[in-house]
Write a protein that binds this ligand. Structure first.
Ligand code: DO4
Ligand code: MG
Length: 289
């Protein structure tokens, strides 16, 4: 089942199930006190059962052209794991003269790299701009599977994430990582949350990144979840040690697709991240200054 957070033409914010044809079936969020938002549904003990109960039988199927799909986040925090794919380990070791051994070690260490990525206000939904910092000359999108985690520390679902990264700032000094990773417009999420009804086939789940410039593809790359070194439960276990997620969280699981070292995003580029079973997250790229 896939769920979407939508803004309708009358400006109301609604939650919908996404049909296989890409139409939206609205939920009636007035029926149950504790289910007013997408986050309430995701954080409930049985999101699929609750969604089926809330489907508004009276409401017609909505055409996507009539609504705006929003980032599927309410009050959750956004966290990210790093160096979970060999490709990322190699890229980080190349970009950083001083910290190469840290990236090498964290790839194999029991404790993964986990960092705070974004608050909801820093997150862009489908069609909204993601940003390159004005003080970065080398920035890339990072296409990543995002885990949706409930306050009960349970893996509820998945969406696509864009961990925008300033590689020059991160490479200059590892202590600059928060500035390379966390800033206005630093994270994309969406378009939908997939709540799987069967175990996910990691090898068959592809993550594709396409970067368009003036309508032409300037970079395309892909990986699959089979290339990821860590288990989902392992990452959730480390994230939630000594760390309660009061409203739940999104956890980006690391990138396995890195454009070549001579590539940087520029103002006007478009980032497209497609993940099997979820959909495509498209964001224009903006660089101020
Ligand atoms: O330590 C750098 C960040 C790594 C990262 O974001 C990734 O591997 O996706
Ligand atoms: Mg990343």
């Amino acid at each position: 089942m896939r769920l979407a957070k939508l803004r309708l033409a009358d400006d109301s914010i609604r939650v919908a199930e996404v049909t296989n044809e890409g139409l939206f079936k609205l939920l009636d969020l007035t029926q149950v006190d504790h289910a007013r938002t997408l986050m309430d549904i995701l954080n409930s003990p049985d999101p699929i059962g609750l969604t089926r109960f809330l489907i508004d039988a009276q409401s017609p199927l909505l055409d996507p052209r009539l609504v705006k799909v929003m980032a599927p986040i309410d009050r959750q925090e956004v966290w990210a794991a790093g160096v979970t794919y060999k490709r990322s380990q190699v890229a980080r070791m190349q970009e950083s003269e001083t910290a190469a051994s840290h990236y090498d070690r964290v790839y194999t260490a029991p404790r993964p790299e986990i960092f705070f990525k974004a608050t909801p206000s820093r997150v862009s939904g489908p069609g909204e701009p993601v940003r390159v910092r004005a003080d970065s000359q080398w920035s890339v999108p990072e296409p990543e599977l995002a885990l949706v985690i409930s306050p009960a520390k349970r893996l509820v679902g998945f969406t696509a994430g864009n961990d925008m990264s300033a590689r020059d700032i991160e490479g200059e000094n590892p202590l600059y990582l928060p500035q390379a990773k966390v800033y206005n417009g630093c994270c994309g999420l969406g378009p939908f949350v997939l709540i799987p009804e069967a175990p996910v086939d990691r090898n068959a789940t592809k993550i594709r990144l396409t970067i368009l410039r003036s309508g032409a593809t300037v970079f395309a790359g892909e990986t699959d979840l089979g290339q990821m070194k860590r288990e989902f439960d392992e990452l959730i276990d480390w994230l939630t040690r000594e760390n309660d997620l009061v409203d739940g969280a999104f956890l980006l699981t690391g990138t396995g697709v890195v454009p070549p070292d001579n590539f940087t995003l520029i103002d006007g580029d478009v980032s497209q991240i497609e993940i099997t079973g979820i959909g495509t997250l498209t964001n224009p790229v903006v660089k101020a200054g």
